[in-house]
Design a protein around this ligand. Structure first.
Ligand code: NAD
Length: 262
């Protein structure tokens, strides 16, 4: 029996990267999980069935598009109908776009605010009534070092991530007496396939070695000069779901190799 046996976790944007690591960590502790996100049906089914076979739990998939409020509510409903409850909600889906503000495409601004910020509002709004009824809940939002500091050319991302930090605090206060906590995790650079794929192009574009790209470009802001791993982020989320974390709420937890200490 894992510490989360009998509980259900919904993780948005969990077909890859950090989200998939969260889903697998909760499943390893015995939770049933609802995964969500884009990808080819075959890849998604592979990850879904692997969670079931690796951890002997049930895993469902919601194709909800995080730009669509009704589909987000449907994802929470799917969790409640399939497994009886949604006890843990992780708002993690996110996209990035980099451009000077005067050229920033309006539709990219709208998409980033919708996926990286508003989707969390819609999911929390739908999940809180059930959590209150059962008297237990954990809400975790993936923010970013960019919820605390800015970088140029990331106006939408930085705005959305600062917004999610504010939403986290507000929700924490509203649900504080219901044994529901709401926190955000703020990673620095995390080693994901997305980051790995950028390296060869940057090596070519800047005529740099792999080590130079990692240290001087990607990890320029990260004092440890090491990437955060998805497993480290997921382990923090798992800790937040435990009894030892019952008094951690409204917090913005950095896991950024010292980035925001500088
Ligand atoms: P990723 O691209 O591997 O994962 C993003 C997930 O979101 C995928 O599952 C994707 O399918 C899903 N997604 C995108 N648009 C969606 C939509 N409209 N509806 C539903 N799902 C959608 O990226 P990641 O690095 O694992 O990022 C996960 C979260 O972590 C994001 O919120 C990101 O901002 C945050 N983050 C990442 C890093 C990093 O260095 N990788 C650092 C700080 C914060």
């Amino acid at each position: 029996m894992g510490t989360l046996s009998g509980k259900t976790a919904v993780v948005t944007g969990s077909t890859s990267g950090i989200g998939l690591a969260y889903a697998r960590a909760f499943a390893s502790a015995g939770a049933n999980v609802v995964i969500n996100g884009f990808g080819t049906p075959a890849d998604i089914e592979k990850e879904r069935s692997k969670i079931e076979s690796d951890f002997k739990v049930k895993a469902a998939y919601s194709p909800a598009d995080m730009t669509k409020p009704a589909e987000i509510a449907g994802m929470i409903e799917l969790g409640e109908k399939t497994f009886g409850s949604v006890d843990i909600l992780v708002n993690n889906a996110g996209i990035q776009f980099v451009s000077p503000i005067e050229d920033f495409p309006i539709e990219k601004w709208d998409a980033i605010i919708a996926i990286n910020l508003s989707s969390a509002f819609h999911a929390i709004r739908a999940a809180v009534p059930g959590m209150k009824k059962r008297g237990w809940g954990r809400i975790i939002n993936t923010a970013s070092a960019h919820s605390l500091v800015a970088s140029p050319f990331k106006s939408a991302y930085v705005s959305a991530k600062h917004g999610i930090a504010g939403l986290t605090k507000t929700v924490a206060l509203e649900v504080a007496t219901h044994k529901i906590t709401c926190n955000c995790i703020s990673p620095g650079y995390v080693w994901t396939p997305l980051v790995e794929k950028q390296i060869p192009d940057t090596m070519k574009a800047r005529n740099m070695t792999k080590e130079q790209v990692i240290n001087d470009v990607l990890l320029d802001a990260q004092p440890t000069k090491e990437f955060v791993t998805v497993e480290q982020v997921a382990a923090l989320a798992l800790f937040l779901c435990g009894d030892d974390a019952a008094q951690i709420t409204g917090a913005n937890l950095s896991i950024d190799g010292g980035w925001t200490a500088a």
